[in-house]
Design a protein around this ligand. Structure first.
Ligand SMILES: O[C@H]1[C@H](O)[C@@H](O)[C@H](O)[C@@H](O)[C@H]1O
Ligand SMILES: [Fe+2]
Length: 316
C-alpha cells in the first residue's frame, strides 16, 4: 500500500490507472474510525427528526485542520494569499467570455474520477466517489429528487481544474467573501496576512465594498468550483433556489458552520442558510461511508439529470 500511483505534478494530484491503493487506505481509515467510535463515546452528529444514514457519525472525526497533513496547510496558504479582488474579477471575465467544453453532465462527472482534492483532510477518494456518496446518502434519507441531484453535482465544478485553473487553489477548498475583511472564522486565518487585499484601505474593512445586510447574492465569493457550478446550474438547469444555494455556498464554512458574516446577510439568506446546513451533513459526513459502483447507479442518475437539465449537452 502506498501512494505510488498518485502522480504529484504541477497539475496537482492526478489519480492514474486504478485507485485500488487509495481504496484500501480508505477502507483502513473507515475501520479505524469505527473502532475509535466504539472506544471513545464522543460528539455524535445531531439527529434530524427521523432516522438518517448519517446517525452515529462522529463530528470530531472530520475537519480537524490542526492535525491536517502538510498538503492541506500548504494548499490554504496559497489559496488565502492568491484569492484577491483582482484575481476574482479576472476569473469572472474569463468565465463569461468563453465556453470551455460542451458535454453531458454524466461525462463531466466521469472526469472527476481523475481528481483528488488537496484541500480536503477527510477523503483521499476521487471526487466521483465523493459525489456518489453524497447523493446516495441524501437518497437513502428519502430527501427530494432535486436534492439528490445536488448531492451528485455539487462538486462538479471541480472539472474547472482540467480547463483553465492556475492550480487547485482556485478550484477547491473552503470559500470566503472577497472585497471585505477576512475573518478569524476561516480556517488558517493567519494565511490571509500574505493577501494584498488584507492591507487594502477598503477591502480590509469589515463591510468593505458591501452595504450591511445587502444579501449574499451581491457578495463576491472566492472563485472556485462552487461559484462556477452555481452559474452553470443557474443558467442551464431548472433547479430551485435552495438547490442553487446549496451549490453556491456549500464550501462557505465560515458562514454556514462558524456563524460568521451575518452582517452581509439578507432576510432571505436565512432560509438559504437552513437549506445549506441540511445539505452540509450529507456532504461532510458521507465521506466515511462506502464506495459505490458507478455503472450500477448510472441508470438512476441519468434519469435524474435529465429531469432537471433540459439540454443534453451542457456548456461548461
Ligand atoms: O465543499 C468542500 C469543503 O469546503 C471542503 O472543505 C473542501 O476541502 C472541498 O474542496 C470542498 O469541496
Ligand atoms: Fe465542494
Amino acid at each position: 500500500m502506498g501512494l505510488g500511483k498518485i502522480i504529484h505534478s504541477d497539475k496537482g494530484h492526478l489519480l492514474e490507472l486504478i485507485d485500488e491503493d487509495v481504496q484500501s487506505v480508505n477502507v483502513i481509515k473507515t475501520k479505524l474510525r469505527e473502532q475509535s467510535k466504539e472506544a471513545v463515546p464522543s460528539k455524535k452528529r445531531k439527529k434530524n427528526d427521523g432516522k438518517s444514514v448519517l446517525d452515529g457519525m462522529n463530528e470530531e472525526d472530520f475537519r480537524q485542520y490542526n492535525q491536517a497533513k502538510d498538503r492541506v496547510r500548504e494548499f490554504y496558504k496559497e489559496q488565502h494569499e492568491k484569492q484577491t479582488m483582482a484575481y476574482n474579477l479576472q476569473a469572472r471575465i474569463n468565465f463569461k467570455t468563453k465556453v470551455r467544453a460542451r458535454m453531458t453532465v454524466w461525462d463531466a462527472l466521469c472526469e472527476l474520477s481523475k481528481l483528488i482534492d488537496e484541500s480536503d483532510p477527510d477523503t483521499e477518494l476521487s471526487q466521483i466517489d465523493h459525489a456518489l456518496q453524497t447523493a446516495e446518502a441524501i437518497r437513502s434519507d428519502g430527501k427530494p429528487r432535486w436534492m439528490q441531484l445536488v448531492g451528485l453535482i455539487h462538486d462538479l465544478g471541480k472539472i474547472l481544474y482540467f480547463f483553465e485553473s492556475e492550480g487547485q487553489w482556485d478550484v477547491v477548498g473552503d470559500t470566503f467573501p472577497i472585497g471585505c475583511g477576512f475573518v478569524k472564522e476561516n480556517i488558517f486565518p493567519e494565511f490571509f496576512q500574505g493577501n494584498p487585499d488584507n492591507s487594502h484601505p477598503i477591502y480590509s474593512t469589515k463591510l468593505g465594498i458591501y452595504e450591511e445586510n445587502s444579501g449574499l447574492k451581491s457578495v463576491m465569493i472566492s472563485w472556485g468550483h462552487d461559484e462556477y457550478m452555481y452559474y452553470v446550474a443557474k443558467n442551464q438547469s431548472t433547479l430551485n433556489e435552495q438547490a442553487l444555494a446549496m451549490i453556491r455556498y456549500h464550501s462557505f464554512y465560515p458562514w454556514h458552520r462558524e456563524g460568521a458574516y451575518r452582517y452581509l446577510m439578507s432576510e432571505n439568506d436565512y432560509k438559504m442558510l437552513e437549506a445549506v446546513q441540511d445539505f452540509n451533513q450529507y456532504d461532510l459526513y458521507s465521506k466515511g461511508l462506502q464506495r459505490y459502483d458507478l455503472e450500477k447507479l448510472k441508470p438512476y442518475y441519468l434519469e435524474l439529470i435529465e429531469e432537471f437539465f433540459p439540454q443534453k449537452l451542457i456548456e461548461f
